[in-house]
Design a protein around this ligand. Structure first.
Ligand SMILES: [Zn+2]
Length: 63
């Protein structure tokens, strides 16, 4: 149950805006955090793939 930051009343979890005062609920920041976490996860996957490719490709190029 997301609690409104402005009127301190509880709202149904599906609501994006407070049904009492109409202000946006803090669930929007949660989705932003999820997006940045997903972006960070893809960055880690890309870095891992880059290191794996480099560890295979570099010794061959030196020989
Ligand atoms: Zn409110």
């Amino acid at each position: 149950m997301p609690k409104c930051l402005y009127c301190q009343r509880e709202n149904p979890s599906a609501e994006v805006e407070c049904c009492h005062c109409g202000m946006p609920l803090p669930t929007q920041t949660d989705t932003l955090n999820e997006r940045s976490q997903q972006r960070f996860m893809w960055f880690c996957i890309g870095l891992t793939v880059f290191c794996a490719v480099m560890s295979v490709w570099l010794p061959r190029s030196l020989v």
